[in-house]
Ligand binder design. Structure first.
Ligand code: ATP
Ligand code: MG
Length: 278
């Protein structure tokens, strides 16, 4: 994508922004899983964590042949029980975890060996589940920190973040640690947007907020996706998240248990019974 992905194509959720076909590169994501599980069909996705296996340091494997991906113009959601490895899968995609096998692909390039910093340089924005803001800095300073890799004028991007999250403009001189949970999450997402990412990874962006604030945050996330930034996010509010998901992944014990469109997963009897409360 050229220019400013956050500024351009506002509201454009059209298939024309997807990558043109006809590439001759090696295609990731074509491995067939055993045990009757579905193939993941991630071959041409914009961001792919493909068949990732690995854990922390010298510890046991947490991820087992885990595949997650997001297409351009789409929202992909990862759900699953506590401790399933959702955050670990996100960290693996961001390069915070060495995968023993498997690979990570961004816009058709193998980035498995890149550091997290280099992945940010390539256009990955990551909002971790915890400690995702600088609490002692002001809201505005947090956004400025987000722009650390930029050498250009980022005032336009900051104006766009304030347009997306007006409350942050009102509170821009306040310490981020004094904000409500929902407002802090807006700071965290805003900070990630300051790099003008080509893809956004959000780990539980609605954790600990009220249902009303959750709905608002989801609306803003949809708005960001419509600007042309694909979003891969982990959510504990599974039902609501799958309602807005183009693609959904249910992870269980570090492995793909169910994959489908959000609608398919919401309609799947197994998924409903085991993960959505019936
Ligand atoms: N830094 C770490 N070092 C070692 N093990 C870890 C680390 N972080 C997580 N784990 C282990 O990895 C497993 C998966 O944890 P992870 O945080 O990825 O789960 P999750 O699906 O994100 O859970 P939650 O819904 O609670 O956020 C757990 O067994 C956890 O104890
Ligand atoms: Mg987690």
């Amino acid at each position: 994508m050229s220019g400013n992905p956050y500024q351009d194509d506002r509201g454009n959720n059209d298939a024309s922004i997807t990558k043109p076909g006809g590439q001759s590169r090696m295609t990731p994501g074509t491995s067939t899983q055993t045990g009757g599980r579905k193939e993941q069909h991630t071959g041409d996705a914009f961001l792919i964590g493909d068949s990732m296996t690995g854990g922390y340091g010298k510890g046991p494997d947490i991820l087992h042949d885990c595949t997650i991906a997001v297409n351009k113009g789409e929202i992909a959601v990862i759900v699953g029980p506590n401790g399933a490895g959702k955050s670990t899968a996100m960290k693996a995609v961001f390069g915070m975890l060495d995968v023993r096998s498997g690979s990570v692909w961004l816009d058709g390039e193998d980035i498995t060996d890149l550091s997290p910093q280099d992945r940010v340089g390539r256009g990955m924005g990551f909002v971790p589940q915890t400690q995702n803001i600088f609490t002692s800095l002001t809201v505005e300073e947090n956004l400025e920190m987000g722009a650390f890799i930029r050498r250009d004028d980022f005032s336009d991007t900051m104006a766009q973040v304030y347009e997306l999250f007006p409350i942050l403009k009102d509170k821009r001189k306040q310490a981020a640690g004094e904000l409500s949970g929902g407002q802090r999450q807006q700071v965290a997402v805003g900070r990630a947007l300051m790099t003008k990412p080509k893809v956004l990874l959000l780990d539980e962006p609605t954790a600990g907020v009220s249902p009303i604030v959750m709905d608002e945050l989801f609306d803003r996330i949809i708005e960001v996706a419509r600007t042309g930034i694909p979003i891969l996010m982990v959510e504990q509010n599974a039902r609501q998240a799958l309602e807005i998901a183009d693609k959904g992944y249910v992870l269980v014990q570090g492995a793909n248990a169910h994959t489908g469109t959000g609608k398919e997963l919401l309609a799947d009897a197994d998924v409903r019974k085991s993960f959505l409360g019936g």
